[in-house]
Structures are given as C-alpha cells and as structure tokens.
Design a protein around this ligand. Sequence first.
Ligand SMILES: [Zn+2]
Length: 122
Amino acid sequence: MTEKDLWDEIPYMGYIALGRRGMEKIELTQCFIPGCENKNIEKLKPIKKEETEDEVKLVQTYSIHCEECNKTFKLSFETLKKVARKKKRSIDENNEDQNEILSMGLIYVFDDNGKKMHLGFF
Ligand SMILES: [Zn+2]
C-alpha cells in the first residue's frame, strides 16, 4: 500500500470536545509531535497501518512520519461497538445530536516515545 492510499482512508478532520461549549473541529493533517507545527500534508508521510479488531472495538492505527521534525507519531482511531445501541433507549428518540455523538469513534495520538494521548472524536 502506498502512502497516498493511506491518506485516502485517514480522516482529515476530527472533533475535540469543549465541555459545555460543544465540539470544535481539528485538522488531523498536522504533525502531533510536541513543538512541531508542521501542517503541510506533503511533509507528512503515512508509513504503516495496523488494524486490530475484537468484540469491543475496531482499532486502526497509522504511523505517520513528519519530514519537518524527522519524527514519527501515530494516529489511532478506535471505533467502539455496541455503544450507540446500548444507550439509545434511555435518551429521546428524536435527539439526533446525541445519537451522532454516541456513534463516534475515539482518536488517540502516540508521540515518538509511544506516549498515548486522547485527542478527540471522529
Ligand atoms: Zn513534525
């Protein structure tokens, strides 16, 4: 698989929860190594995709090499299964927003030391 193909499947945008103020969009086409401000997708090369799936969740992790700081970080997308259905009954059937949030996945970032950080939602 070439790096171009990988950027085709990685979401370009995610959402960060701002507490009571709702959600804010965040671009995922940027370097997440602390101190590096590279937002040029041409200098961000996905080098590897790992995928694991079990009964609880599907995890898709992409290793991305930044040509600006010369380090590699990982973007990890966790899609939780069953979550949306379980909670649906207790909330208003017409509440579209709530349903949307419950069906979202979680985005994690691993820095070059492998430290895991919750970034947002997709
Ligand atoms: Zn960088």
